[in-house]
Design a protein around this ligand. Structure first.
Ligand code: ZN
Length: 107
């Protein structure tokens, strides 16, 4: 295995309360400032829509049925421990007017 480059997100004065991390290995995944919406619901609870996430790998494209219809998504996994963190929309029917194809949901 080659070198693994991990991006460390900037912290606020409190030391990191504004950074979300992988629940297993604690590598940085997203900044609270990158949250576009807190109004999404996943299979296991509340999810957040981000416009930028870091330290992830993408799974294959899959078609999934959501309450809003059929969407093509990729699972996103932690680059360090491969824990599944959420999913990324590959395409959708413009239901999420504030989202683009690069936006990710993390639970
Ligand atoms: Zn991890």
């Amino acid at each position: 295995m080659g070198l693994l480059f991990v991006e460390v997100l900037p912290r606020d004065a409190t030391g990191g309360a504004d950074v979300l991390q992988c629940r297993r290995c604690r590598v940085d995944a997203a900044s609270v400032g990158a949250i576009l919406s807190r109004d999404f619901q996943g299979r296991i609870g509340r999810t957040y829509l981000f416009n930028r996430v870091v330290n992830i790998t993408l799974g294959p494209n899959e078609n999934r049925n959501f309450r809003t219809g059929l969407h093509t998504v990729n699972d996103i996994s932690c680059i360090c421990c491969q824990e599944i963190l959420g999913w990324r929309y590959v395409s959708y029917n413009d239901i999420f007017s504030s989202a683009s194809n690069d936006h990710c949901l993390i639970f």
